[in-house]
Design a protein around this ligand. Sequence first.
Ligand SMILES: [Zn+2]
Length: 636
Amino acid sequence: MRVIGTVLLSLLISLGVVRTVCAQESPLLLSSVSLSSASVTEGHALQGTVTLNMAAPADGAAVSLAADPASAALVPSVVKVPAGATSATFAVSANVPSSVTIYGNYGVTKSDSLSVVPRMSIDQVADRVIERERAVVAEMKHLHPIAETYIQNLKSDHDSIVAPSSDQYFLGRLDLSKGVDDQLFEKQTGLSLRALNLFPGIFSRKFLPVGFAQMVMLDQDFQKKNYDFKFVRQEFLGEVRCLVLDVQPKGNAGGRFLGRIWVEDREYNIVRFNGTYSPHSRYSYYLHFDSWRLNLQAGFWLPSYVFIEETNFKGVGPLLPGLHFKAQTRLWSYDPEPLKHSQEFADIQIDAVQDQTDSAKEAGPVEAQRMWERTAEDNAVDHLQKVGLLAPQGDIDKILQTVVNNLIVTNNLEIIPDVRCRVLLTSPLESFTVGHTIVVSRGLLDVLPDEASLAMTLAHELSHIALGHRIDTKFAFNDRFFFPDVNTFQRMDFARNSAEEQAADTKAMELLQNSPYKDKLANAGLFLKALQSRAPELTSLIRAHLGNRMEEGKNIRMAALLSGAPALEANRVDQIAALPLGGRVKLDPWSNRLEMMKTKPVALLSPQEKMPFEVTPFFPYLTRLNNAPVERAAAQ
Ligand SMILES: [Zn+2]
């Protein structure tokens, strides 16, 4: 679609139709191009009409025509409006399923669009979709991505302002090898049991947390005999052209999908499905979800994001309460060997270095201690990456590194070995240090409103390093990591004692006062106020799995910044104290690599749109794996 401008221009030039309108008294111009239908089946034709702004002269008026993409539909290069007439018709024959724009030019260019829908019957499409979906179910049995579900229960106040009233968090590895199962990371089992109690009986068993995992698959046993399919339209999701189908279960069997599916039109993989399971009954109620998949492997679109929302305030049956919540499930760490791939490069470098070191230096006691601590640090960081909790090194680390360097340089700090920065892939807001490695969670990066708030976060962690707060060197022994992934939160703990926390806060204030961020600390203080104001409700988001909580009771990290911050004004649209989750960092669910999201800035229209710390629906921009050559071929 992006190339339309140049394509059209070159088309029109080649047709010799880019002309200047002569300075006649009243110019004869094309006033419209219209089509008899907005869609047509491939291989069929429809009628187009060109209309002029006045009657054609004695020799008629030749209107040039072109279709874009030219391969998708055939139109005559010229249609002649006869003398004295204002319009003429022409045939458009549809060749290839696509969105097509028909352009006409006489003095000016006008256009109209149509969809060419595939000739395959809905029945044939359904066969292909089911075949692909069964392949995805089989593939998913071998894959064990991490699944994170974060739920925000909502309440509306007297002014109908909706805000979170409580939250729940689950992190686990998805295991579909024996049906739907979700292996929770330990230290959370207590949490999930408490969460279950919020929902009575059958409801809880159905939904938490297994029910959330279920929504990544449409139907574990997807069969044509169980469903009716109806074609709705064609639609682009990102760069991917999709057929949109409505799907309804036949008969009354429980747990069947009911809703709409988006199917990419090359291999007929489901890329999005939106709806619920049916039927609802007095005793069970299925949640509504919008589930998205990304093209992570050749030929496979794998579950990546699910948004779940219920706004059923009144209750859905005698045994089921009213529901008002929204939730996100994110999946990542599909690649079973993340560490191996990202270290191939490092291994080669080490070989090269060994060749040159004839005069190998021996380590003295101080150096030996530093190397020992660095070993513990490297082991711990590698383990976190191996289990899929830490992103491989990447561009976002460099952004964090730049801010850390600003703090180091302006404070003349000398730190050996170097400080490094990494990103934890989870949503809860936390940061901590592993030796000289500063780790910040993806969720925290998302909600921080500006660079000064990021500098505040990093300054606290850098202070631990500058003050010599040490890593537990038990991690220097490799056997310490021989435990199941899901025990990671139990076995690894980088929390500091309260004396170290206070010392780091004090030191961090000093670092910030000497830094380029010293005049912008009011914003950082404002962020802390926002955090403090939401902390009572968002206990699962504002908690630490591996480090220290940013907020604990009345104590908040870097509390000295609060006094310099303006008052929190929830109703002011231009005061942004904290951002929603998911707005900054984009995660590749296969490789765990991170990049900054490319979103355009949006002016907020109401305070409701501020949504600090809140979850929102997903609308990923879908692309095909190794997209470029295919799309280019299609455009020609
Ligand atoms: Zn700390």
